[in-house]
Design a protein around this ligand. Structure first.
Ligand SMILES: [Zn+2]
Length: 439
């Protein structure tokens, strides 16, 4: 018998590997940061012993959820400006507030809040686009959460962040040199969007990502405004434009992809671009509804993203799953699209693959990192239970997430964060709110 650090028992175990089968009375063995084995409890308990056995009666165990598009620090602007058209919301409210408040200190405190919210909702990895990502990386080390941290690139200077656009590339390169190879933090190059980044910025971003073998993250085809602007400037739609300059590849994850032609969907599939579907943000900002069923049919790899909390307004991937599974049925008048298995696959394995972490996380498989969620099924809204996938997609709430493990360490235990002082994080959020409101 081999000794392992943890044996996690579960009434229901979803590994999200190959056939998406449900293992009843399952168990996962964890050693250090890694998953050692997974299978039935009978099988696992016959091969391994552990001093720490987590009892999973009336519980479901599944891989940590992946948020493939966020601006975590924007959580401090949650609810600051709602019910406005996107360009008004962005240009008159969000950008001026960011101009005024963004600093390393702001990002450090805000990232704590965002990570607390995500971890308690079962999200173990997020892919981010923002500034001050070196600060975010330090917070992630402290918190013990996994992140793909994209350092933003735009055409114009941004107060302390960049005196000239060249500085964004220096920032990116410094971030890469500081974090490449880190267990939890993956540095990433993040040109903002076709209407804020000229082609030379996109080309330089790609060259930088290729040089260091790190992911690329951008916004793409989010609004009709963006498509019109792109046609005006370059005579092409956004996906065709980025394809024509050689930017698109498997390295790229693209947020939104709402306004696509059929040809553009083909290009995304051919170039193996990952798409971060941010349906709640797109609905709230009235940007439109991305053609998710069409993309899935064409073989485009799609996962879920929340976008920033200022346009969602929470960071729950469970919420995205439920919304997407319902909205696409309603819009297509076809109740078979985005079924519950597809939704959880998008939220886990697909998510990990599109942010470049497919070998590390996204499913429960020996050799992958132990990013694992345990949810309590002993709840009125989860009873009775005929199909576990259906319950996770349509009924489960963040409050049902009980235990969360990232990289083999328990970061949420019985619903409470172990690496963050929850009261202190919320107090800091209130203090920042008071400062922001006072001006
Ligand atoms: Zn975004």
């Amino acid at each position: 018998m081999k000794s392992v650090d943890y044996i996690i028992k579960a009434d229901y175990l979803l590994t999200m590997e190959v056939d998406l089968s449900v293992i009843r009375d399952g168990a996962v063995a964890v050693t250090g940061s890694d998953i050692t084995d997974a299978g039935t409890f009978q099988d696992i308990s016959g091969k391994y012993t552990s001093e720490k056995i987590i009892d999973g009666r009336n519980r479901v165990v599944f891989p940590g959820l992946i948020n493939t598009h966020s601006h975590a620090a924007m959580v401090y602007f949650r609810g600051i400006a709602d019910d406005l058209p996107l360009q008004v919301w962005l240009e008159q409210h969000i950008w001026p507030n960011e101009m005024k408040w963004l600093s390393s200190e702001f990002v450090a405190d805000a990232v704590d809040l965002a990570c607390l919210e995500m971890l308690k909702a079962g999200v173990t990895t997020y892919s981010d686009m923002y500034f001050f990502q070196n600060t975010s990386g330090k917070q992630l080390q402290k918190i013990g959460m996994r992140g793909v941290l994209g350092s933003g690139i735009i055409d114009f200077p941004w107060k302390d962040v960049a005196e000239t656009p060249d500085d964004y590339f220096t920032n990116c390169e410094e971030l890469i040199n500081a974090w490449k190879g880190n267990e939890l933090v993956t540095p990433c190059v993040a040109p903002h969007a076709t209407f804020t980044c000229s082609p030379d910025k996109y080309i330089r971003a790609k060259e930088l990502a290729d040089k260091y073998d790190v992911p690329l993250h951008t916004h793409l085809a989010e609004t009709q405004y963006e498509v019109a602007e792109c046609r005006k400037r370059y005579g092409k739609t956004p996906v065709e434009h980025l394809d024509s300059i050689g930017f698109l590849s498997e390295r790229v994850s693209a947020a939104h992809c709402v306004w696509l032609t059929d040809r553009e969907i083909e290009i995304l599939a051919e170039k193996k671009v990952g798409v971060a579907h941010c349906i709640e943000s797109n609905l709230k900002l009235a940007s439109g509804i991305a053609p998710l069923p069409k993309m899935l049919n064409a073989g485009v790899k799609v996962a879920f993203g929340t976008d920033g909390a200022a346009s969602n307004n929470d960071l729950s991937i469970l919420g995205e799953m439920s919304t997407a599974a319902k909205v696409h049925k309603g819009v297509s008048m076809d109740a078979t699209v985005v079924d519950s298995r597809t939704a959880l696959l998008m939220a886990t394995r697909n998510g990990a693959e599109i942010v470049g972490l497919g070998n590390k996380t996204g499913s429960i498989r020996p050799g992958k990192k132990a990013d694992i969620v345990i949810a309590n099924l002993d709840k009125p809204h989860l009873s009775p239970l005929y199909d576990i996938y259906s319950h996770i997609t349509y009924c489960m709430r963040p409050g049902d997430i009980e235990t969360v493990m990232v990289n083999g360490k328990i970061v949420v235990d019985k619903g409470r964060a172990t690496t963050l002082d929850e009261a202190e994080v919320i107090e800091k959020a209130k203090a920042w709110q008071n400062k922001i409101q006072a001006t």
